[in-house]
Design a protein around this ligand. Structure first.
Ligand SMILES: Nc1ncnc2c1ncn2[C@@H]1O[C@H](COP(=O)(O)OP(=O)(O)OP(=O)(O)O)[C@@H](O)[C@H]1O
Length: 337
């Protein structure tokens, strides 16, 4: 069986006012597959929320088509749609006096009778959704009493209880600190791992997306480039998408950096391992250039040594990165005098 869940064909999304039309994104031929976590990345205002609303059936596309499980989205009934697609939005509109259990139970709405009473099967699915997201321990608490990270996990549990083939999340990590962001991404990875669903998540967190996504949907030039994160790094599309003035992508460290106004001294850095990686990061931040021949200064990094792991110019033994930077700046100043 094909693992494709969602496909768009020549899709254009945007807004129509009385006399004008505003196209936000166009030429979109996109796919989501079961077992894959796809991250939608793009600068502020580039159209991520507009696209999410359009493929979730909340906003009418300007033109083109969205197919969900082989059927045109516009022809899927709201009830059938609720069994195929669940949406997690960032807004904090969940009523604070509802318990976690109560909110996650709402995910069962496409399956329950009009009175909303839960069958034994519904209850076991709610239990499973709470367990899978690590939220069972606070199932009796009120939503209003949760931290941002806890609430976000509960919103994911609600989407999970809806038992859909596709879960779409619009910036679920926006208000979270780094450990919570990483935890949410790990949870999402676990939820796609069994191949039973596809997840699309929009985020501003480029580094976590690069580390966790199976595919990226990258907004650039009013369209979307789709591919494995590493391919989009290597073909330059990622840098292009975020190429604001003075911002460049550091390909060896995998992060964006402000371009240095002037290039610093040229350093031949030798070694490997973790200490080498963090030394490289510090030297680049401080504005030094890393080169492959000994032009200005050499730094050798010893991964295993404890007291003085850095050796500058083959003679100065250094005990920390802070002192390494001081030493290199001193040598550089001496050289320039
Ligand atoms: N209701 C609307 N009517 C007209 N234009 C809109 C409307 N909502 C958003 N836009 C415009 O559409 C463009 C895309 O906005 P959208 O919110 O989709 O971007 P985004 O990538 O989600 O942004 P952010 O990262 O800041 O959340 C922006 O230029 C925005 O001003």
């Amino acid at each position: 069986m094909s693992k494709g869940i969602l496909h768009t064909e020549s899709l254009s999304v945007g807004y129509t006012a009385k006399s004008s039309q505003k196209t936000v994104l166009s030429g979109l031929n996109l796919d989501l597959k079961k077992g894959e976590l796809t991250c939608l990345l793009g600068p502020n205002g580039s159209g991520k929320s507009t696209l999410i609303r359009s493929i979730a059936g909340i906003q009418k596309p300007l033109s083109g088509q969205v197919d969900l499980l082989g059927k045109q989205l516009s022809e899927v009934s709201p009830k059938a749609l609720a069994k195929q697609l669940s949406l997690v939005l960032t807004d904090r509109t969940a009523p604070g006096n509802l318990t976690v259990y109560g909110l996650v139970s709402l995910g069962r709405f496409p399956y329950t009778s009009w009175m909303g009473s839960l069958s034994a099967q519904d209850k076991s699915i709610v239990q499973w959704a709470l367990e899978s997201t690590g939220t069972l321990q606070f199932a009796d608490r009120h939503i209003g009493e949760l931290s941002d990270g806890e609430r976000q996990k509960v919103m994911i549990a609600r989407a999970l209880a809806q038992e859909t083939d596709l879960i779409i999340l619009d910036e679920p990590t926006a208000h979270l600190d780094s450990p919570n962001r990483i935890e949410i991404f790990h949870l999402l990875r676990e939820l796609v791992a069994n191949g039973q669903r596809a997840i699309l998540i929009s985020t501003h967190d480029i580094e976590t997306a690069l580390a966790n996504a199976d595919k990226l949907w990258l907004v650039s030039d009013q369209t979307i480039h789709q591919g494995a994160p590493e391919d989009l790094v290597l073909n330059g599309e990622l840098e292009k998408a975020f190429s604001k003035e003075g911002l460049s992508f550091n390909y060896s460290l995998g992060r964006f950096e402000k371009e240095k106004a002037r290039e610093g001294a040229k350093i031949l850095l030798q070694g490997d391992g973790q200490r080498f990686h963090w030394t490289k990061s510090a030297l680049l931040r401080a504005g030094f250039q890393l080169v492959t021949t000994n032009e200005d200064f050499s730094v050798a990094v010893e991964e295993t040594a404890t007291k003085t792991p850095w050796l500058v110019q083959g003679e100065f033994q250094i005990s920390s990165i802070e002192h390494l930077l001081i030493k290199l700046n001193q040598l550089n100043e001496d050289e320039m005098e």
